[in-house]
Ligand binder design. Structure first.
Ligand code: SIN
Length: 278
């Protein structure tokens, strides 16, 4: 296999992986280079020709175990994958529709979120329908020192209700039972890089514990705005066949708007448990 090359998009976030052929098993050296780039840049892209989903499944299996709990949208042929799509068949969407409207890191409303996500483009929009990323390392590192001291050691409550159920009826009772609110530290330490990253998103973080309601609101609003400044952002413009791998422990993401008459179809491996060193 030709040597893997890493072409960063910027100093802190995003890189293209060149020279990886996912139609063949990747050797250990190639995997090491890919995982190293993921740790260095938070999100990596493999841009290649469209290939069968089995190659994505095989690739995802090199990171750990993938599964997704909302069985309705699990891919029938490859249960390791979940469909992310606005495409409708018989009046019903075939996948998670617009699953990323708000800034979030995946499954942060769960006690144990998935560390890594891998998204594969089947059908893309002619305009828009991209995915924006920010580095939460940089969000933390660029906070004033006194703010870092104020936040370190605090915890925040996260809720799926805030993410997807803001309509007048709120979240169905059944869902509420399945997804109770959870808490996570406001700043987390990445288990491999040992760097600190901010871990609150407008998508799921609803309250900071141990401070007044008013202070919690003020802090969250400040942190949401601080995290998504242009200088820490990278936007993926999708091409069919693109694969993005991102690390939810140090990035947040969000989809960009698109014309709803366009078809957008992706498949995602939700890597729930990663292998040691990843
Ligand atoms: C996701 O959050 O997994 C999906 C991102 C996207 O649809 O752009």
């Amino acid at each position: 296999m030709p040597e893997i090359r890493v072409a960063p998009f910027s100093e802190h976030l995003g890189a293209d992986i060149l020279g990886a052929d996912l139609t063949k098993p990747l050797d250990d050296a190639a995997m090491k280079a890919i995982v190293g780039a993921l740790h260095d840049y938070g999100v990596i892209r493999l841009r290649g020709p469209f290939m069968p989903d089995i190659n994505l499944v095989n690739f995802a299996q090199r990171f750990g175990t993938s599964k997704y709990s909302l069985s309705e949208f699990v891919d029938k042929c490859h249960p390791e994958l979940v469909i992310v799509s606005n495409v409708e068949v018989n009046g019903k969407t075939i996948g998670l529709k617009d699953a990323a409207r708000k800034w979030h890191s995946d499954l942060s409303y769960m006690k144990t979120p998935n560390p890594i996500s891998i998204l594969y483009a089947h059908e893309v929009c002619k305009q828009g329908g991209g995915t924006q990323f920010v580095s939460m390392y940089r969000a933390w590192e660029t906070l004033p020192k006194d703010m870092q001291e104020r936040l370190d050691g605090l915890e925040a409550v996260h809720s799926i209700e805030n993410y997807g159920f803001t309509g007048k009826d709120g979240m169905p009772a059944e869902q509420r039972k399945n997804y109770p609110e959870v808490t996570h530290p406001v700043v987390v330490v990445h288990p491999i890089t040992k760097r600190k990253a901010l871990y609150v998103s407008e998508g799921t973080a609803i309250r900071i514990l141990g401070v007044s309601e008013a202070e919690s609101r003020e802090l969250l609003d400040f942190l949401f705005e601080h995290s998504v400044r242009d200088e820490v952002m990278w936007t993926q413009t999708w091409q069919v066949g693109d694969i993005l791998v991102w690390d939810n422990r140090c990035t947040m993401h969000k989809q960009t708007d698109y014309d709803p008459t366009e078809r957008r179809l992706m498949k995602r491996a939700t890597v729930m448990e990663v292998f040691p060193g990843i």
